[in-house]
Design a protein around this ligand. Structure first.
Ligand SMILES: *Cc1c(COP(=O)(O)O)cnc(C)c1O
Length: 387
């Protein structure tokens, strides 16, 4: 069966006239690389999260990389990460010469737990990177309690978690190094972009150096009247700065973010309600009372043991009705590079192994209409022969 109905994408950015106007303003004013808008965006982001320091970069991957370098993670060190994550989380560990070690996730939250991390600690463990899967916070406090007494650093890959609230504070305000993504499909976008937040001034300074060639202080000002032509290179840094055109989009998106997240939560609640009676369709755990899931993704687990059609069948049903989907994630330990380079890293991941072929992400984005939700619902139900 094929459908003439328009395609419902898996995700779509919500960009309006305000973003376009702000970008036009930046371009007409003539400062297009890192400058006043990037700085204003950092300030606004820090205020939003409730953290003293935010530093903008050109991707979350860059943020994660800098975070590891600034923390002194390197050869000989092990970094514990989930296998159920995007390649960026693992690749950066290898970029700094450290060894990735995969921890299992909880079956209900799809996030790592303190116990799962503890099972993977060795005397070489230097850091843990938490991934707040789909926008649900990991148990940050429990992981910190575990790691702090062992002098292990706790960092966060918050690519899904801009707007996630955990125990009274937004994600980004809890640990010393948190990386956010503003990629096209994330909760807010700058096209491509990222942000690092930290509670430590010394780390914020180091991020500034590392993101721009290791240049000493405010090097971007060297082309302004206020700047000086003189600069020094204090380390071999990277070229990870965020430009003002991207920051212009980010400034407007950030103002809309609370509305986006409210809408994502409403849509997720509707989808849960519409699919609740289907046998074997399981949802990710809700955020605990008082916390907030940011619903970057709406993930279902198709538990074939409990009676759902398998993922391929479901994908066929979605395709037939022109409904988009995605998979988060193909576990990293099953990817050919990781199997070859780090064969030991993927041992003992029973939950990840069991659920990997059963996870499916359905469309979720603020611009979805009720009729889009109905079509997604109908498509999923059709795989069960139900209307
Ligand atoms: C999207 C994503 C990233 C990478 O973000 P970029 O901004 O594209 O570098 C990292 N980690 C996770 C979990 C992601 O989903």
């Amino acid at each position: 069966m094929s459908s003439d109905a328009p395609h419902i994408p898996f995700s779509a950015p919500s960009i309006g006239d305000e973003e376009i106007a702000e970008v036009e303003k930046a371009m007409r004013e003539g400062w297009v690389t890192t400058g006043p808008r990037a700085i204003a965006f950092e300030k606004a982001f820090a205020d939003y999260v409730g953290v003293p320091y935010a530093r903008a970069v050109n991707s979350c991957t860059a943020a994660l990389h800098i975070m590891l370098v600034a923390s002194g993670v390197g050869p000989g060190d092990e970094v514990v990460i989930p296998s159920l994550t995007f390649a960026a989380t693992g690749n950066v560990v290898e970029h700094v010469g450290a060894t990735p070690v995969f921890a299992d996730v909880d079956e209900r939250t799809l996030c790592v737990t303190a116990a799962a991390i503890e099972a993977k600690l060795t005397p070489r463990t230097k850091a843990v990177i938490l991934v707040h899967y789909a926008g649900l916070a990991c148990p940050i406090d429990e992981v910190r309690a575990l790691c702090e007494k062992r002098c292990i650093l706790v960092m966060e890959d918050a690519a899904h978690a801009v707007g996630t609230r955990y125990r009274g504070k937004l994600v980004g305000a809890h640990t010393e190094g948190v990386s956010f993504s503003f990629y096209a499909n994330k909760n807010m976008t700058t096209g491509e972009g990222g942000m690092l937040t930290t509670t430590r001034e010394d780390l914020a300074r180091r991020f500034e150096s590392l993101r721009l060639h290791g240049m000493s202080k405010d090097a971007w000002k060297r082309y302004t009247a206020a700047g000086t032509w003189r600069y020094d290179i204090v380390e071999s840094g990277f070229k990870y700065n965020l430009g003002d055109i991207a920051a212009a989009i980010g400034l407007v998106q950030l103002r809309k973010l609370e509305g986006f997240i409210t809408r994502r939560n409403e849509l997720a609640a509707e989808l849960r309600k519409n699919l609740a009676d289907l046998p074997g369709v399981e949802f990710q755990a809700l955020a605990p009372e008082g916390d907030r899931h940011a619903y970057h993704l709406f993930v279902v687990r198709l538990s074939t043991a409990r009676g759902t059609p398998d993922r391929e069948t479901m994908i066929g049903a979605l395709r037939a009705r022109n409904v988009g989907f995605s998979v988060h994630f193909i576990p990293l330990h099953t990817m050919s590079h990781y199997k070859e380079r780090w064969p030991d890293a993927g041992r003992e991941l029973p939950v990840t192994e069991r659920i990997a072929d059963e996870l499916l992400s359905l469309p979720l984005y603020p611009g979805m209409t009720s009729s889009d939700v109905d079509r997604v619902t109908t498509a999923v139900r059709s795989a069960f022969g139900r209307g």
